[in-house]
Write a protein that binds this ligand. Structure first.
Ligand SMILES: NC(=O)c1ccc[n+]([C@@H]2O[C@H](COP(=O)([O-])OP(=O)(O)OC[C@H]3O[C@@H](n4cnc5c(N)ncnc54)[C@H](OP(=O)(O)O)[C@@H]3O)[C@@H](O)[C@H]2O)c1
Length: 321
């Protein structure tokens, strides 16, 4: 595994991290989930990304991860970087959603209980909440770190201007923003112009989520929607209609370049997302150990010729998912 320093911090993250948004809830195959976590760790994937609401049902990915950790990897806690988040709807009423101090701190306490952990390595504000003063959300992160319930603070999905405000606040409070977590893939290039300049300026790392566009940037949808796929799952966040013909046509063309590079489509999409050194790590989500094995192979071929990069740009032509 290759590791990179996360921004200007002393914390190194693996180039590929594992996310537990899908495939780790009570509705999923626990045995496969367990094998994925163990295999990931054996391969040097030290970073596992959670959030309060991952499941389904919400909270169950944290509970399952806690169980896997306790029963298989308990002796290795200090070799791992485990993150969680709060920001989206978690429980009814005014205190289970958003960016209030009340929500962030109570949700973090619940996440610690579910996972059985004493602390998270990284705790994120999962989204910007325009109804809460940003100072309140950031001070909650500062206090969480000062109380030792998390070692570092991060933000996710913040628009560029609010990301600047958040990072300025955290810097002045001497709890610099460790990391920004944002959607980034061939089908979502917004961070290139809008977020990476901010993370670079503030010395924060950047970790990409959904680098495979939830599976669309693999070969799985080239001939329709297979039964075992996120788009076919009723509990998945990828809807059938999002797998648009025009996107699949582009993936077919991209797949030809992948074949020329001796890679699968998934491998190439991941290699491509790592070509910018400001991208600290990619969080992949996997359904099976085999998918994870495939994704790790991306690290064997990270260089692109200018000609291939420009051909990829031409194919993508601003397409977004
Ligand atoms: N901060 C945020 O708001 C936010 C939002 C979303 C995600 N995240 C984080 O980012 C992580 C990753 O997100 P994601 O799951 O959308 O990532 P992704 O890597 O773009 O998509 C994962 C899906 O792609 C398919 N896949 C993966 N590897 C494959 C391979 N080698 N060949 C064929 N198909 C493959 C699988 O789909 P099938 O299930 O169809 O097989 C898998 O479930 C999450 O777990 C979470 O930790 C954060």
């Amino acid at each position: 595994m290759n590791y990179s320093f996360c921004g200007k911090s002393g914390l190194q993250l693996p180039k590929i991290s594992l996310g537990l948004w899908h495939n780790f809830g009570y509705v999923d195959d626990y045995e496969e989930a367990k094998q994925m976590v163990i295999y990931a760790f054996e391969q040097g994937i030290t970073h596992f990304d959670l959030a309060n609401n991952y499941g389904p049902p919400p909270g169950s990915a944290e509970s399952n991860f806690g169980k896997i950790l306790k029963e298989n990897l308990a002796a290795h806690r200090d070799e791992m970087v485990i993150s969680s988040k709060a920001g989206y709807l978690m429980w009814p009423g005014p205190y289970g959603n958003g960016g209030s101090r009340k929500y962030l701190i109570s949700s973090l306490d619940q996440s610690l209980k579910r996972t059985g952990l004493e602390y998270f390595d990284i705790f994120y504000s999962h989204r910007y909440d325009s109804e809460t003063p940003i100072e309140e959300t950031m001070q909650a992160l500062v206090d969480i770190v000062k109380q030792g319930k998390a070692l570092y603070a991060g933000i996710s999905n913040y628009p560029p201007e609010q990301a600047r405000q958040a990072m300025t606040y955290l810097r002045e409070a001497h709890v610099p923003c460790l990391i920004y977590q944002g959607k980034y893939s061939m089908f979502n290039r917004m961070p290139e112009d809008e977020i990476l300049p901010v993370t670079d300026e503030y010395g924060s790392g950047f970790i990409a989520f959904s680098p495979l566009a939830q599976g669309v940037l693999t070969d799985k949808y080239l001939n329709g929607i297979p039964e075992h796929s996120r788009a076919a799952d009723t509990t998945g966040f990828l809807k059938r209609e999002q797998v648009r013909e025009e996107l699949v046509a582009k993936v077919k063309q991209l797949n030809e370049i992948a074949v020329q590079r001796g890679q699968t489509m998934a491998e190439m999409a991941l290699s491509w997302a790592l070509r910018d050194k400001r991208v600290t790590s990619l969080i992949v989500g996997t359904r099976t150990v085999d998918q994870l094995k495939d994704n790790l192979k991306a690290l064997e071929n990270l260089s692109f010729s200018e000609e291939k990069l420009s051909r990829i740009d031409t194919i993508l032509d601003g397409a977004t998912l």
